[in-house]
Design a protein around this ligand. Structure first.
Ligand SMILES: [Zn+2]
Length: 267
C-alpha cells in the first residue's frame, strides 16, 4: 500500500506534468471509486483547472478552481498520463485535459476512493480526522506521550489520527530503528523512546522520499517512476539476520499485520 513517501512521489511527479491543465470532461468506467454523487462529479469537474496538488497523510489532493479532488490510492491506485491509447481494463476514471492528454486513475484492486469537496472549507477541515504530519512541529515526543495510549506500539503508529501517512512497511522500520518491540504497550514508553520514534520516523521518511519511495509487488509508482527505497529496508520483508546483531529477523502478526523485528535489539 502506498504510504507517505510513495504518495509524495506521485504528487511531485504529477505536479511536473499537469499543473495549469484544464479538465474538459471525465469518463467514469467504475463508479464505486467515487464516494460523492457521480452526477455532481461529472457536472462539477467540467472546466476546472488543476491549480495545485498537495498531500495530507496518504491522501492526494488536487486543488481545482472551485473544488478539492481528494484521492486515496489505498492498495494499488496509480495515475497515468496518456494520449490516444485505448482505455485499459484497470483504468476506472479518465480525466480529459484541454491539450488532448488524459489523466487515468488505474486500480487493479478497486479499493481506491475519490471525492469532490467544495472549497468553502479548507482541506485541513475536511481531513480533520487525520493526525499531525510527521514533519510538522505538532508531531513530537510530548504529544505522543500525552496521548497516554494503551495500544501496542505498532497499531498506535499505524493509527492515522495519531500521525499521518505511516503504514505497515515504514512502521516496521521505525520500530527497529527506535529499538522498540512492536508489541510494547505505548504508555510504558519513556520520553526518550518517543523522541527516538520521532527522529527515526522523520529520518526514514525523508530518506524514502529522496529515493522516490518503495517499490514492492503491491505498489509501483505511476509515470515510470520506480522508487528505490526497497533496497534500504532493514527488517521489512527480510528473512535473514538482523543488520545489527545477526540474530534472525522474526515475523509475527501484530494487529493482523505482518510484522518483522529483532527479538534481541527491540525491547
Ligand atoms: Zn538485532
Amino acid at each position: 500500500m502506498p504510504e507517505l513517501p510513495e504518495v509524495e512521489t506521485v504528487k511531485e511527479t504529477l505536479k511536473k506534468v499537469i499543473l495549469g491543465s484544464r479538465i474538459t470532461s471525465v469518463d467514469i468506467y467504475y463508479g464505486n471509486i467515487i464516494k460523492t454523487s457521480k452526477e455532481e462529479f461529472v457536472k462539477s469537474i467540467k472546466n476546472q483547472v488543476i491549480e495545485d496538488i498537495s498531500r495530507r497523510g496518504k491522501y492526494l489532493v488536487f486543488h481545482l478552481s472551485d473544488y478539492y479532488l481528494v484521492s486515496h490510492l489505498r492498495m494499488e491506485g496509480k495515475y497515468f498520463i496518456k494520449r490516444d491509447e485505448e482505455v485499459d481494463n484497470h483504468e476506472h476514471i479518465v480525466f480529459n485535459l484541454d491539450d488532448g492528454r488524459t489523466v487515468r486513475y488505474h486500480d487493479v484492486r478497486k479499493f481506491g476512493t475519490m471525492e469532490l469537496v467544495s472549497k468553502e472549507i479548507t482541506i485541513n477541515e475536511h481531513l480533520s480526522h487525520i493526525g499531525p504530519e510527521p514533519f510538522s512541529e505538532k508531531f513530537n515526543a510530548d504529544y505522543l506521550m500525552n496521548l497516554n495510549s494503551k495500544k501496542q506500539l505498532k497499531p498506535f503508529l499505524l493509527d492515522q489520527s495519531v500521525v499521518a501517512g505511516i503504514g505497515n512497511i515504514y512502521v516496521n522500520e521505525i520500530c527497529f530503528l527506535a529499538k522498540l518491540h512492536p508489541e510494547r504497550i505505548t504508555n510504558t514508553l519513556k520520553i526518550q523512546d518517543f523522541e527516538s520514534i520521532v527522529v527515526e520516523t522523520r529520518n526514514i521518511l525523508r530518506k524514502a522520499i529522496n529515493l522516490g519511495g518503495t517499490t514492492i509487488k503491491s505498489y509501483t509508482s505511476s509515470l515510470g517512476v520506480t522508487g528505490r527505497f526497497q533496497n534500504e529496508l532493514l527488517v521489512h520483508g527480510k528473512n535473514g539476520g538482523c543488520p545489527n546483531c545477526k540474530q534472525p529477523i522474526l515475523k509475527i502478526k501484530v494487529g493482523g499485520r505482518g510484522t518483522y523485528y529483532c527479538k534481541n535489539c527491540q525491547k
